[in-house]
Ligand binder design. Structure first.
Ligand SMILES: [Cu+2]
Length: 211
């Protein structure tokens, strides 16, 4: 049994640039999820510093318990093909927003992508030298990425609606900045397992452990 522990999730109340301005209620339905100590609105922002113990590669996702709308990503994520390799090995993307697949090699590649859990094909396209293909993932989860021309080429995509996704570093550490206060779920994907932990983000510090 793999033991994964999330420790020292510290939440610091950051000064908001517009502390007096109430968040428009119409745009953000906020059902009373859980009784948080602060009970404040999205005007309060915190940050999360955590650590995953015991896993190898760990993908961490922070998802709100209540429905929440997030701004679009600032940049379009890119998966490149260079030197007969995909890069990066794992690309974190947002569902509903475009992702670019490039071929920077002097040879033809194709890109075959399928949803890992459902085995459903997302797309399979040939990408000539110097060209690219843009795709928008609509379903959350991991995707397998391969090239049929070069079977050794392999990578993964992880798609999530939440903008708060991270690949833990070699020591298992991860950080999320500017997280709106409220009730959230931390999900850790590691060693083929999916581990959940609920946390309340507000002013103050929180420690979380997932066994
Ligand atoms: Cu290839």
């Amino acid at each position: 049994m793999t033991r994964v522990a999330l420790i020292a999730i510290c939440v610091a109340a950051a000064a908001c640039s517009k502390p007096e301005r109430p968040v428009p209620a119409a745009a953000t339905p906020t059902p009373a999820a859980t009784a948080t100590a602060a009970g404040s609105s999205a005007a309060t922002m915190g940050s999360v510093d955590g650590r995953v113990h015991g896993g190898s590669t760990a993908v961490v996702v922070l998802e709100p318990k209540a429905t929440r709308t997030f701004p679009p990503p600032a940049e379009k994520p890119v998966m490149d093909q260079a030197g007969l390799m995909f890069g990066p090995e794992l690309l974190l993307v947002r569902t509903g927003y475009p992702v670019e697949f490039r071929n920077s090699d002097d040879t033809l590649h194709n890109v075959r992508v399928s949803h890992e859990e459902t085995r459903t094909s997302a797309f399979n396209v040939a990408i000539p030298t110097g060209e690219s293909y843009t795709y928008t993932f609509e379903r959350d989860g991991f995707y397998r990425v391969g090239c049929d021309i070069h079977p050794a080429m392999a990578a993964s995509v992880f798609a999530a609606a939440s903008p708060f996704t991270a690949l833990a570093d070699a020591d298992g550490r991860f950080t999320f900045a500017d997280v709106p206060a409220g009730a959230w779920t931390v999900t850790v994907y590691t060693d083929g397992k999916r581990l959940h932990k609920d946390i309340d983000i507000a002013s103050g510090a929180t420690s979380v452990a997932i066994e």
